[in-house]
Design a protein around this ligand. Structure first.
Ligand code: SF4
Length: 209
């Protein structure tokens, strides 16, 4: 069944399929391009995202954006979303039930977005997306999993990198791996030169996502 983007957005905005509907200010669906070669998926919206109705616009989102910009990603190249579209109170981790309830919407979103590469930001997103609870992020990050025609890459959540800035190089390397794969697949043109990792901290506002 084909679903239009507008119908999908409407369905998300009206969704009451899990208890998070009761406390949300906004349903946080995406930012970037509707159809994009690379999709980034985090665990769930934080306070800033809930306020603005956009994912990854808090401090961690600004760090991610810093790295994407430096790797030459334009807004047409990515679609950023979360496993759950409504903010878990106090920024707690979404429950399995909430993730399960939201999975149908995420599935539809992937069908409309048509990414070739899906980047899972953080262990929680990885676990909720794949069901694999035993993997260690330090062991799986930066390695593609090929499944159902998608290249799926787990990496660190930028909020973790904000707390552990010495690890920034690892997220940077993983974003570079994504960029390289997109180039190999003919989805993005090669960069003219190898970019340097930005070392500045994103401007501060309180929020985890
Ligand atoms: S988190 Fe997802 S399933 Fe739960 S109410 Fe929001 S949109 Fe619906």
């Amino acid at each position: 069944m084909k679903i239009s983007w507008n119908d999908f957005v409407e369905e998300c905005r009206n969704c009451q399929a899990c208890p998070l509907a009761a406390t949300r200010k906004n349903v946080v669906i995406y930012r970037g391009n509707v159809v994009a070669p690379v999709m980034f998926v985090g665990e769930g919206p934080g306070a800033t995202e809930d306020e603005q109705g956009l994912p990854f616009v808090g401090q961690a989102g600004r760090l991610l954006q810093l790295l994407l910009d430096a790797q030459g990603f334009s807004m047409n190249d990515y679609h950023i979303a979360n496993v759950v579209k409504c903010r878990p109170p106090e920024n707690r981790v979404p429950t399995d039930e909430e993730a399960k309830a939201c999975k149908t919407l995420l599935g539809k979103q992937i069908l409309i977005c048509k990414p070739k590469i899906i980047v899972l930001l953080g262990k929680t997103a990885y676990t909720l997306f794949t069901g694999d609870k035993s993997a260690k992020m330090t062991e799986i990050r930066g390695n593609f999993i090929e499944k159902n025609g998608y290249y799926i890459l787990p990496t660190f959540h930028p909020a973790y990198i904000l707390r552990n800035n010495s690890e920034r190089i690892k997220l940077w390397q993983d974003v570079a791996i994504v960029r390289k794969k997109a180039e190999e697949l003919g989805l993005m043109a090669p960069l003219p030169s190898v970019p340097d990792m930005p070392t500045e901290r994103p401007s501060s506002k309180q929020d985890k996502a």
